[in-house]
Write a protein that binds this ligand. Sequence first.
Ligand code: CDP
Length: 137
Amino acid sequence: MTAAPLPTILVVAVALIDVDGRVLIAKRPEGKKLAGLWEFPGGKVEPGERPEQALIRELKEELGIDVSENCLSPFVFASHAYDSFHLLMPLYLCRRWDGVVTAREHDGLAWVKPSKLSDYPMPPADEPLVAWLRDLL
Ligand code: CDP
């Protein structure tokens, strides 16, 4: 018998990059899946949303910042098969936003040099993004 294919969920994520070339990562809160791991901010794309719209919404909800769509450059796709779903996750780069980055939904935030990102434990889908960022930035 062939196993049913896993559903695919689309999650968008972003590397916010500050003037010193540091990247923002955020600690997933207690009570959520993958709690305590550090992720690139973002979240699920809702039905009817374009990925960029979803990311702009998530950045407002999670970090309290405003980002305009033309500041979001798509970078690479991460993909990971979890036990019950397949995750597809484009990572965008963003160097300009309005407002002060604030942890509204995470347990902590860190601005990290790309060479130090591997010191922070991340969900398996996010890990490959670290090497790509290190090479790019
Ligand atoms: O908040 P919730 O976990 O329901 O949703 P989410 O943060 O939008 O992400 C949905 C799922 O995607 C998470 O449960 C993780 O399994 C996965 N995810 C990930 O692997 N890496 C991320 N940076 C974000 C989400």
